[in-house]
Write a protein that binds this ligand. Structure first.
Ligand code: ZN
Length: 200
């Protein structure tokens, strides 16, 4: 089980803050947003100034809140382009970004700049799309991150740890904002079996 206490608890709160980038990635139903919220709440509790952003494309539940599937909510700002984050987060000690896979590629440079300016940047997103391809800016973010946490769902077929978000409906578009019933978390073995059933 991942424990971030050792690496983050000593985060300094002086005027010479050293920034960092943390990435939380995994499949759907892996608890990415819950882990992001846990870290952000802890920072808020410590009276650190926290700003939270999400892409305006992700309006599944609410335009102004980061909402995880268990309805744990926290207020966030929807933005259209990654450059908006730089403009809107001046003075923030901690910057949270949810659903980062939907952002443009400029997000990588934005996170580096924020960290260089002393911010703790915490980014959550899907590591792979439904075809197992690396998703949007997430691989680049993993490369520049100080710390990467890969979280897992549980395979609904066999109970192993699941890496993949299997899409149930026939739609080839990479971005399809799905409700939970359109995806199932599967392990490698069950994902390959599902794939072979799909092909004629
Ligand atoms: Zn399985």
């Amino acid at each position: 089980m991942y424990d971030d206490n050792n690496s983050h608890e000593g985060y300094p709160r002086d005027n010479h803050r050293v920034g960092r980038i943390e990435v939380i990635c995994g499949s759907m139903f892996s608890g990415k947003t819950e882990e992001l919220l846990r870290r952000l709440r802890r920072a808020q509790f410590a009276k650190q100034q926290v700003e939270i952003f999400k892409p305006s494309i992700d309006t599944r539940y609410s335009p102004e809140e980061v909402v995880s599937h268990d309805k744990n909510t926290i207020l966030s700002t929807p933005v259209e382009h990654s450059s908006n984050i730089l403009l809107l987060s001046s003075g923030a000690e901690v910057v949270g970004i949810d659903e980062a896979q939907f952002f443009d590629g400029g997000l990588v440079e934005v996170c580096v700049q924020l960290a260089d300016q002393g911010a703790r940047v915490i980014v959550a997103g899907l590591d792979m799309d439904f075809k197992r391809n690396p998703f949007g800016p997430i691989p680049g973010l993993c490369a520049v991150a100080d710390d990467v946490t890969k979280v897992h769902a549980i395979c609904v077929e066999c109970g192993r740890l699941a890496n993949y978000s299997h899409r149930l409906v026939d739609n080839d578009k990479q971005v399809m904002l799905g409700e939970t019933e359109e995806y199932r978390p599967l392990c490698r073995k069950c994902f390959l079996r599902a794939l072979s059933k799909k092909q004629p």
